[in-house]
Design a protein around this ligand. Structure first.
Ligand code: AMP
Length: 211
């Protein structure tokens, strides 16, 4: 089975929507951001290499990311396809991916820039299961208790501050946004309005991918 790519600016809701798509398709999520944060937390050589780029809101070099994906795709659970979240982010990464995995559809979650900062600056996630919440738009039902796993440790990302968000948005527009046209030319881009309720975005995606 082929894989799916979740594409969009930071704060578009890729991580949130990944949960709905995983539930529907059974595909495992492959998030390069999560993999890099795990490497950073573990203090590995990869984490150390990625640290300064992530803190500055810049993209980690393509060679590092492609190596990471190459290795991940050799694992057993990836053999029937995966859900890529936050990868590819450059044309070079997309070209490398063509030699690694077949892509069935690229879901582009579209959200205007002016909505991104407020979305990112209020978000937090469960340290145990990774479920993503937002102070205003999607809080936990009970304060600081995860709805998914009842975990009690909530976490805010170090790069979810206004300055870094603006750099991340700039990196998105300069290096990542051109991929939309690249995939559109291949006839596999599915554009979805990400500026609506979480459930409405999810149903637009599910019906678009043929779920
Ligand atoms: P994310 O969790 O997807 O927002 O990623 C957090 C940070 O990790 C980004 O701002 C980049 O510094 C780095 N990163 C994640 N995925 C990639 C990628 N595919 N290419 C380059 N850098 C990435």
């Amino acid at each position: 089975m082929a894989s799916i790519v979740l594409f969009g600016p930071p704060g578009a809701g890729k991580g949130t929507q990944a949960v709905a798509i995983m539930r529907k398709t059974g595909l495992p999520q492959v998030s390069t951001g999560d993999m890099l944060r795990a490497a950073l937390a573990a203090g590995s050589a990869l984490g150390l290499e990625a640290k300064s780029y992530m803190e500055a809101g810049a993209l980690v070099p393509d060679s590092v990311i492609i190596g990471l994906i190459d290795e991940r795709m050799q694992q057993e659970d990836a053999k029937n396809g995966v859900l890529f979240d936050g990868f590819p982010r450059t044309i070079a990464q997309a070209e490398a991916l063509e030699n690694i995995e077949e892509i069935k559809v690229v879901v582009s979650i579209e959200v205007p820039d002016e909505r991104i900062v407020e979305r990112i600056c209020g978000r937090y996630s469960c340290s145990d299961c990774g479920a993503v919440y937002h102070e205003k738009f999607n809080p936990t039902s009970v304060p600081d208790v995860c709805d998914s796993c009842a975990g009690r440790q909530m976490n805010r990302r170090a790069d979810d501050n206004e300055d870094t968000v603006r750099s991340r948005l700039q990196a998105y527009h300069n290096q990542t946004a051109p991929l939309a046209e690249w995939y559109s030319n291949k006839g596999i881009l599915l554009r979805v309005n990400g500026d609506q309720q979480i459930e409405d975005v999810a149903s637009e995606i599910i019906s678009g991918i043929g779920g």
